[in-house]
Design a protein around this ligand. Structure first.
Ligand SMILES: [Zn+2]
Length: 93
């Protein structure tokens, strides 16, 4: 019985193994563009933009990218520009 209690406590300290969403610690996502000053969003760079689209070619939502409102707008514009010049696909499959 005592061992069980000990294990529970140890799991609580390990966020990755604690899968129960009710007790999971909410880690605040930080906008990649705000946190990295050297990060320059470039619509001519498909490798960079591919991080912001899913495998179907859709732009990922803010809850997934973690970007702030301002930068999510920039990302959206960049992806749409890239699609227009045929660097990124409008859709896949
Ligand atoms: Zn930002």
């Amino acid at each position: 019985m005592a061992d069980k209690k000990q294990n529970k406590r140890n799991n609580k300290n390990n966020y990755d193994e604690d899968y129960n969403p009710r007790f999971r610690k909410q880690r605040k996502k930080v906008c990649v563009l705000c946190s990295d000053k050297n990060f320059e969003l470039d619509y001519k760079n498909p490798e960079q933009l591919r991080k912001f689209i899913n495998d179907k070619g859709k732009i990922l939502p803010r809850r997934t990218t973690g970007a702030c409102a301002k930068h999510q707008r920039d990302i959206t514009t960049a992806v749409k520009r890239a699609r227009h010049i045929a660097i990124l696909p409008y859709s896949q499959n």
